[in-house]
Design a protein around this ligand. Sequence first.
Ligand code: NAP
Length: 329
Amino acid sequence: MRYVEAGGARLSAIGLGTWQFYAPEWGYGRKYADTVARPLVARALDLGINLIDTAEIYGLGRSERIVGEALGQRREEAFIATKVTPVLPLAPVVEQRARASLKRLRTDRIDLYQLHWPNPVVSDGPAMAGMRRLIDEGVVKHAGVSNYKLARWQSAERALGGPVLTNQVRFNLVERRPLLDLVPFAQSEGRIVIAYSPLAQGLLGGRYDADNRPSGAIRRANPLFLPENLERAAPLIDVLREVARSHQCTPAQVALAWVIRRPNVVAIPGASSVEQLEANAAAAELDLTDSEDDQLSAAADRFEPVRGAAVARGLAESALETVRMRLGR
Ligand SMILES: NC(=O)c1ccc[n+]([C@@H]2O[C@H](COP(=O)([O-])OP(=O)(O)OC[C@H]3O[C@@H](n4cnc5c(N)ncnc54)[C@H](OP(=O)(O)O)[C@@H]3O)[C@@H](O)[C@H]2O)c1
């Protein structure tokens, strides 16, 4: 495993995302939570993955509980990142939510505590006052944010009166906006960008096409998985396959290697099996060349998914299809 060090933290370049743990919206169900999720955590640690990302909202606390149970005696091998849902981002609320997360995670320390998204109405001052107290008490080691634009990340730092070590954002070959400002900021200031959905929710794994779409409400509601967009993504997947062939690896591994090739960036793919997790961990050792990087970026530039109003009808049809599948009709 390769590690990224900044601000006194050491994070594996590939982490483990755990939104999937007990999340009906992924369609993985109870069996996954019981038989796959815990082994995923144990195997992640075996492979040197220390960054385990969860959130109080995932499975309404169940993801944190599963992570806490699965870590057991191996807690010190992990860098636990969890998130507070900033619906009422006031200092006492943030402090109370952190203590509830500690219980579910069966620990006395959160290594990285992230505001899950920017509250559109309330500024970060009050939440960061709570965060500051948690840090001073040793309950939280590092502060983080998620889904923040650069200006708000910087203003969160001013509110905290110290570094907000990480910003967790959607970052993959299809969504490359973080390259414009967040990644350069992280590199120049010693911060870290945590890339979520680094596989574009599995699209970049190359398993899906217009005739074989994933089930589960989350991806049915993601415009990237509409048949027309899956068709449009085919040339990009072909380039991923071509690069993968020359490294004897898989398109998903190439997609992950592309993300974490940038300094001060780590990725937290979710996984539906232990085999996927093992492959994802191995992507940290994959060295792409500059020319492969350019080839992938150029292919990603050419991918123009249908967006906006044009996707509304497709998504409505997908939603209906999901309901019909649930009703067994
Ligand atoms: N902060 C936020 O707002 C936010 C938002 C979203 C996610 N996140 C975090 O980021 C994590 C990852 O993001 P994500 O789950 O949205 O998307 P992702 O990691 O891009 O996609 C995960 C899915 O890709 C497929 N996959 C994984 N490894 C693969 C491999 N080696 N080969 C082929 N397919 C593979 C699996 O689905 P199938 O096998 O079923 O195809 C898996 O469930 C989440 O678990 C969560 O911790 C945070």
